[in-house]
Design a protein around this ligand. Structure first.
Ligand SMILES: *Cc1c(COP(=O)(O)O)cnc(C)c1O
Length: 210
């Protein structure tokens, strides 16, 4: 596919799910693609947020194009916090210390990213916050002064559609119960299910560059 094809399909998926047109934002996952390719294949189709999952790659690209909206979707080790200065939204907060470290660094930046909390998806040994811990973690993350805009989840790998849809639907319910409006879920292989379940941000990479 390509960016215009994915955008067109996204609008069709919104209609099929009875969602308002434009209610789902495409986040272009640009990890592994250099700026020349991003400028040729993504940027002509509108001002999309661009998402990276490696600290140094993000730093270099965002330094070259500070005019673009950058998101960070990778797992967040302590040594990567320093690269987040240009980031508008961090998708995968899993522990309170990550938010505390970002808040502390942001004092020196003069700006701070907003956050999403990553929810555990039921897989063994995978990333994310267990559902039962979400209210406590949300309160502690908010105590840093940073803004939590919603939840993020990754579908379990190689799971049947019904199970993926269940994970997305459960996450949407948790966000609703917590009063959070943004839902980052769905990738190239499963974004139609995520749109059906109420995603507001889909993180699509491979399909944009094929
Ligand atoms: C790479 C990545 C994506 C995009 O996956 P595709 O299969 O390339 O669409 C989405 N979310 C996260 C967290 C990723 O690391």
């Amino acid at each position: 596919m390509s960016v215009p094809a994915v955008l067109e399909d996204l609008r069709a998926q919104e209609r099929a799910a009875g969602r308002a047109p434009g209610s789902v934002q495409l986040v272009a996952v640009t990890k592994g693609h250099d700026l020349a390719e991003i400028e040729a294949k993504v940027l002509p189709y509108g001002p999309l947020p661009l998402a990276e999952n490696r600290g140094q790659e993000l730093r270099d690209k965002a330094a070259a194009r500070p005019d673009l909206e950058w998101h960070f979707i990778g797992p967040l080790q302590r040594n990567k916090i320093k690269y987040l200065k240009p980031v508008r939204l961090v998708h995968a907060i899993e522990e309170v210390w990550q938010a505390e470290a970002i808040a502390q660094a942001a004092h020196g930046w003069g700006q701070a990213p907003d956050l999403l909390l990553q929810v555990h998806n039921g897989e063994v040994q995978k990333h994310g916050i267990a559902g039962a811990d979400l209210p406590r973690v949300l309160a502690a993350v908010r105590a840093t002064g940073l803004t939590v805009r919603g939840l993020m989840v990754m579908a379990p790998q190689d799971a049947p559609d019904a199970q993926v849809l269940q994970v997305f639907t459960d996450t949407a319910r948790r966000a609703h119960d917590l009063g959070l409006s943004e839902l980052s879920m769905g990738m190239s292989g499963d974004y139609p299910l995520a749109v059906q379940a109420g995603a507001t941000l889909v993180r699509v990479g491979r399909s944009l560059f094929q």
